[in-house]
Design a protein. Structure first.
Length: 397
């Protein structure tokens, strides 16, 4: 698709601004009915959207359908959002003084979404923004923009007025306009940490409301008493699902005590059975990566880990594929330590690093010293360790 010029982006902003008064004045009941229709249409055309998503992004159909299901949950949430838009009233807060508050739309909202979930993340953002009475400019990733167009068409079919939801295809030039234009009042972004930091600062400096979500390095801690098979199954699914191109992928397995050797063996045996192939093949469990550049970058982390002294147990670079696409095999790297790039960086690919530690306390310190969030999983039969873990992890920002 052609990328929009700065002038074209400004036209979209003007359309969103012009549609704002009418949409803001639309009753909550009418807004809710539109969302119910959106949900119904997306349910009916789910397989069609999944096929578009798979053909353009490359993820397997089961992942595409799962992504759409998660996005539909946000549309379902939006149908009930009207109950959260009520204001408050307090009487006699001072002598003869009553206070009341109302919840009003912010205005024109820019939603800048990533390549890895081209249906789910737009539905996250635009559902709540529209339900609250805002108008939206959706700027999808230029790598896989067709899902965003499909979603916008569904909203139009459901009765959303013209100009309320606008899709702008573009790169940095389009983003610059969205961040700097005075008629854009809020920005929502998902992507890499450096870009998130830049967008947050630039938009905030313009007085806009901003949410900017960046990268992650999720750890999975396995204690010696854990169910080995359950932990190995979960590690393979969490590390290699969606080809590791998701911010909640497990990219570090922390093996505590003497479980490491058996756990690595169990994981590597399961990796051998993974079917990697075209996303359109129903038997495929993992598809290609998004671009050749990204595939090569992922491969460089495996090479770098080997050079830094880690042990490459399974090397995805060695696997060859007959299908067209940016394929790479799954990799398992053992004896990884902080300071190695394979541990320190967000790889965003099918690479699982194993870090060995002696104690549960060592595992907690390791996780807490990492600069990234998003999540931590713990596998253990010890209810006390599992229960106390939520009090011991800190969220990294």
């Amino acid at each position: 698709m052609a990328l929009a010029s700065a002038a074209r982006v400004e036209e979209a902003i003007a359309a969103a601004k012009a549609a704002l008064p009418g949409w803001r004045a639309t009753s909550l009941a009418k807004r809710t009915n539109i969302f119910f229709r959106v949900r119904e249409i997306l349910m009916q055309r789910k397989s069609e959207l999944a096929a578009i998503l798979t053909s353009e992004h490359g993820k397997v159909l089961s992942d595409a359908e799962g992504e759409i299901s998660r996005g539909l949950e946000n549309i379902e949430f939006a149908t009930g959002l009207s109950h959260m838009l009520k204001g408050e009233r307090s009487e006699q807060v001072s002598s003869g003084v009553d206070v009341h508050s109302v919840r009003q739309p912010v205005g024109v909202v820019a939603c800048i979404t990533p390549f890895n979930f081209p249906a789910m993340v737009p539905l996250w953002m635009i559902g709540s923004a529209l339900a609250c009475g805002n108008t939206v400019l959706l700027k999808p990733s230029e790598k896989d923009p067709s899902s965003a167009v499909f979603i916008a068409e569904v909203f139009a079919e459901a009765g959303l007025p013209a100009g309320v939801l606008n899709v702008v295809h573009g790169d940095k030039e389009a983003v610059d306009v969205l961040l700097e234009h005075p008629d854009v009042k809020a920005v929502s972004f998902v992507g890499s940490t450096p870009i998130a930091q830049s967008i947050y600062k630039r938009a905030a400096d313009q007085g806009k409301r901003v949410q900017a979500l960046g990268g992650a390095k999720n750890h999975m801690v396995v204690l010696p008493d854990a169910d080995l098979d359950m932990a190995a199954d979960a590690a393979v699914s969490a590390a290699y699902g969606s080809a590791g191109e998701r911010c909640m992928a497990v990219s570090v397995l922390v093996a505590v005590g003497n479980i490491a050797d058996d756990l690595v063996a169990a994981i590597s045996s399961r990796m051998a059975t993974l079917k990697i192939g075209p996303g359109t093949d129903p038997s495929s469990q993992m598809g290609p990566l998004i671009t050749a550049e990204h595939r090569d970058k992922v491969a460089s982390y495996v090479a770098g880990a080997e050079n830094e002294g880690a042990t490459v147990v399974v090397d995805g670079r060695a696997q060859h594929f007959d299908s067209n696409g940016f394929f790479i095999g799954v990799s398992l790297v053992d004896h990884v330590k902080p300071g190695m790039k394979v541990y320190d960086d967000e790889i965003f690919g099918p690479v699982l690093s194993v870090v060995r530690v002696d104690t549960y306390g060592d595992a907690v310190r390791l996780v807490n010293e990492n600069e990234f969030g998003n999540g931590v999983a713990i596998f253990t039969r010890d209810g006390g360790a599992a229960g106390n873990s939520s009090l011991m992890w800190r969220q990294a920002w």
